[in-house]
Design a protein around this ligand. Structure first.
Ligand SMILES: [Zn+2]
Length: 118
């Protein structure tokens, strides 16, 4: 991996992080107590009919699922950034081989080589 590759990957991860945080902000609110995120609860304000309640419950459920997914995504990005700093980046966490640069450029937060990911 060249220093140019590293620079490019650092930039890609930064962009991924910004995007993930933005998406997470749409389905979840930051929870300062845990340092994490909480799904945005559906809004029950005012008089709601029963079908409204059902609809809002569905929104809350969807937000919770999305929030989980995005949170894992963000964690993978942060982990990759940490590994870039410590020089452990681009090594498959399962078998220890170097992950091909093409794969990393396509998916900078990849933790496994293609064989292990499959
Ligand atoms: Zn592997």
């Amino acid at each position: 991996m060249t220093s140019q590759d590293l620079e490019k990957l650092t930039q890609l991860l930064k962009e991924e992080e910004i995007l993930a945080r933005k998406e997470l902000g749409e389905v979840a609110v930051a929870d300062p107590a845990s340092g994490g995120f909480q799904p945005i609860p559906a809004d029950y304000e005012g008089d709601v009919r029963e079908d409204d309640i059902a609809r809002e419950a569905t929104i809350t459920e969807t937000n919770t699922a999305l929030e989980q997914e995005l949170k894992h995504h963000l964690e993978a990005i942060l982990k990759a950034q940490e590994k870039l700093k410590t020089g452990h980046y681009g090594i498959c966490e399962k078998c220890g081989v170097e992950i091909p640069i093409e794969r990393l450029l396509a998916m900078p937060m990849a933790q496994f080589c293609i064989d292990c990911a499959g």
